[in-house]
Design a protein around this ligand. Structure first.
Ligand code: ARG
Length: 245
């Protein structure tokens, strides 16, 4: 059974002095990030990673609690023990792997470029991109990519949440956004007047569950559960539900 608590409430749990072994596993999601994690029309937390997390917890025979955490506080929150696992489409990168322990990858997502029908600029042509305004979610691999490759050329607008970024694209306050491909595909393309405007870019080595380095025992269970779910077809069933177009 899942219980959603705000990240700050999770702290109270720790303060309550529960034993680590008795405490449930707290898993953090940044929403909305459809189709990975978002709230449905009834306000229920759902999505590919939410269902994968549920199946994983069942497989591990663990009590799990779901925590909503904004993306910019993900790794700090994990290290501060506000929660125990991150399942928020976090791409595996060498920089992050210095601070957290990643499970085996359970998904792959490139960065995708999305803009209005009228956008006809080659996003890899830096002369043509000069002065354009690009939206990214702050602290993501897309942010890093744009900052490193287009810094000083384009105006970078960084957003705390992906939905605020999409709103600014709709409001014509952005020329283009760079976001995990499935998010653009499912939240931008269905809107009237938008299209994909460039080739997807591979960023990171897949998406994994992030944990504290000292929690190697949890990582072992997580990896074993993910393997079982891939073998027994559960993973494919969940995948098809959220990525069948
Ligand atoms: N995959 C990207 C990264 O690792 C973005 C993930 C953002 N996830 C989210 N739930 N908002 O940086």
């Amino acid at each position: 059974k899942k219980l959603i608590v705000a990240a700050s409430c999770a702290l109270a749990l720790i303060a309550g002095g529960a034993q680590a072994q008795e405490r449930s596993l707290r898993i953090a999601f940044d929403v909305p990030y459809e189709p990975f994690e978002y709230k449905d029309e009834n306000g229920e937390l759902t999505g590919f990673e939410v269902e994968l997390a549920e199946a994983m917890c069942e497989e591990m025979n663990a009590d799990c609690e779901f925590v909503i955490q904004s993306w910019d506080g993900m790794i700090p929150g994990l290290l501060a023990r506000k929660f125990d696992l991150i399942m928020s489409s976090m791409s595996i990168t060498p920089e992050r792997a210095e601070r957290v322990l990643f499970s085996e990858p359970y998904y792959n997502t490139p960065g995708g470029w999305f803009g209005p029908e009228s956008f006809n600029t080659d996003v890899t042509d830096m002369d043509a991109m000069k002065g354009k305004t690009v939206g990214v979610q702050r602290g993501t691999t897309m942010d890093t990519h744009v900052t490193e490759n287009m810094g000083g050329i384009v105006t970078i607008k960084r957003y705390t949440t992906a939905d605020d970024m999409v709103l600014d694209l709709e409001g014509q306050r952005l020329d283009v956004v760079f976001v995990d491909y499935p998010v653009g595909e499912q939240t931008i393309l269905p809107k009237e007047g938008f299209k994909e405007v460039g080739e997807p870019v591979k960023l990171g080595e897949g998406v994994g569950v992030a944990m504290r380095k000292r929690d190697a025992d949890i990582a072992e269970k997580v990896n074993a559960a993910l393997r079982t779910l891939k073998e027994d077809g559960t993973y494919d069933t969940i995948m098809q539900k959220y990525f069948a177009y």
